[in-house]
Design a binder for this molecule. Structure first.
Ligand SMILES: Cc1cc2nc3c(=O)[nH]c(=O)nc-3n(C[C@H](O)[C@H](O)[C@H](O)COP(=O)(O)OP(=O)(O)OC[C@H]3O[C@@H](n4cnc5c(N)ncnc54)[C@H](O)[C@@H]3O)c2cc1C
Length: 305
């Protein structure tokens, strides 16, 4: 693949930072990470531009003028930004300062006479391709687009002078978010449940299967958003988690595109559905036609042997 001369990464979370730094190495001859917070975590790129601490008096947004100065001086060809809330804000601020616009939520980045990104539109039903002609392209990148590579130590650490923002937001309080902490993106195996489950008690069957094969439990959006039987962090799809498991077992799930794009990179897809015409059977490697209330106990009995 063609490479760009210089690719920068702006990230706020470790996982995204590792993915983007690995992506930057695929796309650029030289890579740099722009990082605030724990200095020891900033590894993997050729250069680390260290912004400073993160605390209640200094939040990521305060570093926007410093980042803009740095990018204007260093002129990277591409800046990959984590697609988090703060990342998207930073990407917009940076792009506006550079007189360009953001290529948003890239699911693929191609270097072909410039930067071309692809992203999902119409709830995942289609892909839109966008080309940037800006000297510095700013792109936000969806999670899971790049595989994390084993990170070596950063060769060169540069302290970036702080440029105070003209106006600033103050962080007044931090609270731990109530709810579960689950990282389906990192899960190797996922057992996912859909509306084929008609009562929360039935989810036990899926949880037992997950426990038996060392999987995390995921779900479709209606199970989390409408039934509220599971935490939102567990729903998979275009508006939820994009997962990349080795094994995905979808149970009582119809296979609508908005859900299935979230597991399109799964190595093996297994479907269990009582309707032999369910869409999911067109997208799976192995399918079992049957009522989950019969199939799951039978599977559990086999696994228990
Ligand atoms: C803009 C937009 C974004 C969306 N984003 C997401 C998203 O990110 N993630 C997501 O999941 N959805 C998303 N959706 C919703 C999505 O379109 C589907 O409505 C949803 O995924 C369907 O969930 P389901 O498969 O659980 O339910 P259903 O479509 O109702 O399917 C239930 C399935 O269970 C089967 N079944 C019934 N009884 C049994 C039984 N006893 N045993 C076995 N099988 C049985 C049925 O045959 C059926 O196929 C989005 C929708 C929109 C419009």
């Amino acid at each position: 693949m063609n490479k760009l001369a210089k690719v920068f990464v702006i990230a706020e979370h470790m996982g995204a930072m590792q993915e983007l730094v690995s992506g930057a190495a695929q796309l650029g001859e030289s890579t740099a990470l722009v990082w605030a917070g724990d200095k020891g975590q900033a590894v993997g790129a050729d250069t680390v531009y260290y912004l400073g601490e993160l605390n209640n008096d200094r939040i990521l947004e305060h570093y926007a003028p410093s980042i803009i100065n740095l990018v204007k001086t260093e002129q990277p060809n591409l800046v990959l930004v984590e697609s988090s809330r703060k990342g998207r804000l930073m990407a917009g601020t940076l792009a506006a300062a550079l007189g360009t616009s953001v290529l948003a939520d890239a699911t693929e980045i191609i270097i072909d006479n410039g930067v071309v990104t692809k992203r999902m539109v119409y709830g995942g039903a289609a892909l839109s391709s966008e080309r940037s002609s800006a000297p510095t392209t700013v792109a936000t990148v969806s999670p899971g687009v790049f595989e994390t590579a084993a990170a070596g130590k950063a060769a060169n650490l540069v302290e970036v002078p702080f440029v105070a923002p003209a106006t600033s937001v103050k962080c007044r309080e931090r609270k731990t978010k109530a709810g579960e902490s689950v990282n389906l993106r990192a899960a190797k195996r996922i057992v996912a449940v859909g509306r084929g489950f008609t009562a929360p008690e039935e989810l036990k069957l899926a949880e037992q299967l997950a426990a038996a094969i060392g999987a995390e439990v995921g779900c479709t959006r209606p199970i989390a958003e409408e039934e509220k039987w599971m935490d939102k962090a567990r729903y998979i799809g275009v508006s939820g988690v994009m997962a990349k498991p080795e094994l995905y077992i979808g149970i009582g799930i119809s296979g609508q595109v908005q859900h299935m794009v979230g597991v399109s990179s799964a190595r093996t897809i297994v479907a269990i559905n009582s309707d032999k015409n369910a869409l999911i059977f067109k997208q799976c490697d192995y399918g079992i036609v049957g009522d989950l209330k019969n199939v799951l106990p039978a599977l559990l009995a086999q696994l228990g042997k």
